[in-house]
Every structure is written in C-alpha cells, then in structure tokens.
Design a protein around this ligand. Structure first.
Ligand SMILES: Nc1ncnc2c1ncn2[C@@H]1O[C@H](COP(=O)(O)OP(=O)(O)OP(=O)(O)O)[C@@H](O)[C@H]1O
Ligand SMILES: [Mg+2]
Length: 167
C-alpha cells in the first residue's frame, strides 16, 4: 500500500499586514490540510507598508508553534507556483458578498489554467468579517483603536512604523 500524498494548500495574499482575519483562516486551514503555505505575493507595482521580509518575519513569528504552517513569497502565476509546491488546494477567505464576485472569477480562471487545483473558500469568525489590511492601516494611521483586530506583534510593528515616520 502506498501512503497518501500529503495535502498541501496555498493561502495567497499580500498580508500587508497580517490581520486577525488572516490568522483565523490560517488556523482553520492548518486543521484541515497537512500543510498550509502562506504565500506572500510580490507585487512590484504596489508600495507596501511592510517589506516582504517584514511580512514573512511577522507571520513566521505568529505561527511559530504550528509546524504545518509555512511562509514564503512568490511572483508570477499563482497556479504555476502552486504546482511547483505540489499543492492541490488554494485557500481563500470570504468576508462578505462583496468578496464573492472577484473570488468567483479568480477561482474559475485558476481552474481553467490548472484543473487539478481546487479553490477552497473559508469563512472567518463573525467578529473578523469586516477586517481588511487596508482598513486596519487607515484606521491605525488616523489614531483609531485596532487592538484585537490584528495580532499583538502587528500592533507593535505598526506603532514602531508610526514612530519612525514622526522622526
Ligand atoms: N478578515 C478576513 N476574514 C477572512 N478572510 C480574509 C480576511 N481578510 C482577508 N481575507 C482573505 O485573505 C486573502 C488574502 O487577502 P489580502 O492579503 O488581500 O488581505 P486584505 O485584508 O484583503 O488586504 P487588502 O486590504 O490590502 O486587500 C483573501 O482570500 C482575502 O479574502
Ligand atoms: Mg484584499
């Protein structure tokens, strides 16, 4: 008898920065799949708040106790990268109906490109459904309270960025 192949999932995104919504999805994914690779999309056009290196370090630190959560960056076509990693699943989070249209289109395009890869949608706990990285950055920069909406390490790093900017 052959042992079944480990089921590897890719969770792609920009994670600029990691939020409690992302953490929720990663935890759910890590309970279902043998391995989940949090894959940070290198985007040369966007100027991120956190560098790729900083984002990797944050996610690795938050999940240091979870052996089956890995963190990497990637560029190019997601399905090519997934195949390279021998991943059979792409995990995406769904917050609201507003996510649906874009996600639906992407999932079907990825299926067209790579029929062997399945996109799996997961819903976070209700209290995280309104969180996005963009909104966190906006609220934080305007002095709003974000405790609990991001991991404590992210809040700490945001404060450090703010301090550096003021100097
Ligand atoms: N609060 C959340 N709950 C569940 N899924 C989420 C949440 N935030 C993001 N996701 C999902 O995580 C994946 C990566 O998203 P991404 O890195 O774009 O995060 P984002 O918060 O949407 O950031 P941005 O505001 O920069 O678009 C996507 O599948 C997205 O739907
Ligand atoms: Mg987004």
């Amino acid at each position: 008898m052959t042992t079944p192949k480990p089921r590897v999932a890719i969770y792609p995104g920009s994670f600029d920065p990691l939020t409690s919504g992302h953490v929720d999805i990663i935890e759910r994914g890590s309970r279902i799949f043998d391995q989940i690779i949090v894959s940070i999309l290198s985007n040369v056009e966007k100027t991120p708040l956190f560098s790729e290196k900083e984002r990797i370090e944050i996610i690795r630190d938050v999940f240091k106790g979870r052996g089956n959560v890995q963190v990497e960056t990637f560029h190019g076509l997601l399905v090519d990268y997934a195949q390279q990693k021998q991943a059979s699943v792409i995990v995406r989070g769904l917050r609201a109906v507003s996510d649906f249209e874009y996600e639906f289109q992407m999932a079907l395009m990825n299926r067209h490109l790579a029929p062997g890869i399945e996109t799996v949608f997961m819903m976070p706990a209700e209290q995280y459904t309104y969180i996005s990285s963009r909104l966190i950055k906006e609220v934080f920069m305007l002095g709003g309270e974000i405790t609990g909406l991001v991991p404590p390490l992210v809040e700490q790093k945001l404060r450090a960025k703010q301090k550096a900017k003021k100097k």
